[in-house]
Design a binder for this molecule. Structure first.
Ligand code: MG
Length: 289
């Protein structure tokens, strides 16, 4: 899957109508790209997004981007990741305008969890265990809200540095946090890919969400472990510094395959072209003057 999109300001008329000094609103460009890698016959990663349909929706609903990395025998990983992304993006597009993103995303990830769980149960007597990671980023005004379960990541790339906005839900990472394993040991552990949380295994899942301010020129990267397991944050930042989004996405996949290639690799890049600055009071935006 490869696609390239550029979102212009809602309309030229709207942009012209804004008074001097007033922001023209949130505008983004983005690229989705996924590759099976060099050793796997099929791709269990899935990417998706939900785009606002009007100037009003840019302000009141915003954008949603998401990446999922499915796990399961045969083709069930593919079913799990696709089900999670489709449930999430459909739910975002149907949510009431103006819903606060942190609670909305937590709710939608929970709904996606139940859908994956039920889809697994429905495969036959006793059901089949299938699961997926999920990382989602919603953008509105000058805010990015990130929600995740599992080890797919969201990075913010700003001024040549890539910062992970998510913390992997893996068993070794939990052990590092508990102080029973060092970061160096964790990076080499054979069990480093074992997830401590994933979507679809239980009726309820604990979702991590965080909110971040974004500025013009920021790039957000959502990716599966096929990328971040093979390509460092420094390489990601370097790649993005010297290329347009499509070239950067192609190059990141190439790098992952050069360094490893044993897993599916997915990248979803979103560049913030302009933001609408707002203040927030109890989760509600107000205009800054
Ligand atoms: Mg993977």
């Amino acid at each position: 899957m490869a696609a390239y999109h550029r979102q212009q300001p809602a309309s030229a008329a709207a942009a012209r109508a804004s008074a001097p000094g007033v922001s023209q609103g949130l505008s983004v460009e983005f690229v989705l790209k996924s590759d099976p890698g060099l050793k796997r016959g099929h791709n269990e990663d899935f990417l998706g997004y939900s785009a606002p349909n009007s100037a009003d929706e840019i302000r009141r609903r915003g954008w949603l981007f998401a990446v999922a990395d499915g796990v399961g025998g045969q083709e069930l990983g593919e079913v799990a990741s696709r089900t999670a992304i489709e449930t999430l993006t459909a739910g975002f597009g149907a949510a009431p305008l103006g819903d606060a993103h942190p609670s909305l995303l937590a709710r939608l990830v929970q709904a996606a969890n139940i859908k994956v769980y039920e889809t697994g149960r429905a495969t036959g007597p006793g059901g089949t265990a299938m699961a997926t990671t999920l990382v989602a980023c919603a953008l509105r005004y000058d805010r990015a809200v990130v929600a995740h379960v599992g080890d797919s990541r969201c990075y913010l790339i700003r001024q040549g540095h890539a910062m992970a906005l998510t913390r992997d839900h893996t068993v070794v990472n939990d052990q590092v946090r508990l102080g029973v394993m060092s970061v160096r040991e964790a990076a080499k552990a054979e069990t480093r890919h074992i997830l401590s949380r994933s979507l679809g295994l239980d009726l309820f899942v604990s979702v991590d969400t965080s909110e971040h301010q974004v500025v013009n020129g920021d790039t957000l990267l959502l990716c599966s472990d096929g990328l971040h397991g093979a390509v460092s944050g420094a390489e990601i930042a370097r790649t993005l510094a010297s290329a347009d989004l499509q070239t950067a996405a192609d190059r990141l996949i190439e790098l992952a395959n050069e360094h490893d290639g044993s897993d599916n690799v997915s990248v979803l890049l979103v560049r913030v072209q302009s933001v609408e600055r707002v203040g927030m009071y109890r989760g509600r935006p107000y205009k800054l003057r």
